[in-house]
Design a protein around this ligand. Sequence first.
Ligand SMILES: [Zn+2]
Length: 230
Amino acid sequence: MKAQPAPDETARIVVLGRQGSGKGTQAARLAAIYGVAHVSTGDAFRAAAGSGSELGRTLKSYMDRGELVPDDVVVGVIREHLFGPDAPAGFILDGFPRNVGQAEALAEMAGKRGLDIVVDLEADTQEVLHRMAGRRVCTKCGANYNVVDNPTKVSGQCDACSGPLAQRDDDTEDAIRRRLEIYETTTAPLIDWYRDRGLLAAVDAMGDVATVTARVVAAVEGVRQAKTIG
Ligand SMILES: [Zn+2]
């Protein structure tokens, strides 16, 4: 048994990983272990949109129209949320940055203190496709299942209401492959960018949740010890 690391309210960690890598789950677990805020782009967006500030209203106008939010607005929201007067000392960032431009803005905002580590959760493409293509939803009550790791008792039939199961339109293998390709072209260059700056830790994201968390914590602790010694 490895000892649990000590909480550190100043830890600044970015978690990268494509859909199906378990990024949100691992970010939440890291936040609990280190005692810092788990900040997802979605949470920051909702807080800003509900704040009534000028930036919040601009953001809301893009969200209401279902349009892609421009980088300067995304960066502004993160700046207010993470580097404003009431900002927490540390954070686990999930969903930001998404491209090299946003990473450059984050580096500028983080200043001399910088980031501790950028964790890249590496998930095998076949496994991600398999997992995501297995998702099913009940058409009557909305319950979620997965034929791979959370099947119903009777195939194709909801456990709760016996309603028929279906696959979401955006969960077909073609749609998933398209999303993975978009991730490769826009977010994958980030991996190189952070590696060049000595901040990247690639972590194998295959396996059960607790095993992956143990690997992530080992990577983070490795960096922290190196900093203490150096
Ligand atoms: Zn149902």
